[in-house]
Design a protein around this ligand. Sequence first.
Ligand code: LHQ
Length: 262
Amino acid sequence: MAAGAVLYEKRQDVAVVTLNRPEVLNAFTPAMLGELSGALGRAGDEGCRALVLTGAGRGFSAGQDLDSIKDDYQRGGPDFVALLRDGFHPVVRRLREAPMPVLAAVIGVAAGAGLSLALACDTRIAAENARFTTAFTRIGLVPDSGMAYTLPRLVGMARASQLIAAAAPIDAATALQYGLVDRVVPAEKLMEEALAQAESLARGPTRAFVLSRRLLDFAQEHSLEETLVLEAQLQAEAGATADHRNAVAAFLRKEQASFEGR
Ligand code: LHQ
């Protein structure tokens, strides 16, 4: 594998992580997933307050690199458990547990586990030329890399079932209508718009964003009673941040709040 299958750039408080195997539409190998996991960890270590995940060239990602596992089929088949456990799953966890909001900027195609990783981000902005396909059942597989968790939560169970069974590509306008993406912009403006959105997020109450994600995820799986217990804990945590205290003080002074992410 050539070095730099994932590019990392820190632009002030925003990390830009770019999937960088454009010749295969940024399809993933295990080494590339390791690089991606490292880049996500680095953004946290360097105190970034927002992260943009995007793809180089004409696609976001075509999912697992099928060429890289083709020889495994001569030897009884790929080790699916290892590919997921050691490759994709750590990345999904890093995205869902990132200490900053994560925005996917989708240009061109997002397929299979490439789509899964976009769905694991907090928010998605798409170029007008974006195409989305679950892809998995087209090659006789079930959705992986968290898609069975994220997709129904974003679009509802009926639509998720249909998107997984049909696996036909949908365009950006349809994805927007379904709630799969939050915004659609002209392709040439994608990075400018994504960075502007990320910079705006990076000026926000980072801890409150991250705790809110945790609370929302928890609430999907737990009762109202259990959610009320966690919300009180997390509110106490958010309420102890300088950002909260400063924002209340600014409100009382009738001034605009500014946040430092702590
Ligand atoms: C690719 C790929 C690709 C390699 C395009 N691999 N080269 C987890 C664990 C274990 C095992 C299996 O999987 C998983 C998770 C998964 O992600 S499963 C789903 C895997 N992905 C797919 O099945 C999608 C396969 N790709 C496609 O269906 C098409 O390429 C899409 C619809 C993504 C794009 O179509 P086009 O825009 O027409 O582009 P293309 O097909 O011409 O692709 C461009 C090049 O990229 C081409 O190479 P070439 O040398 O001919 O220019 C493709 O072979 C290569 N490429 N996807 N996943």
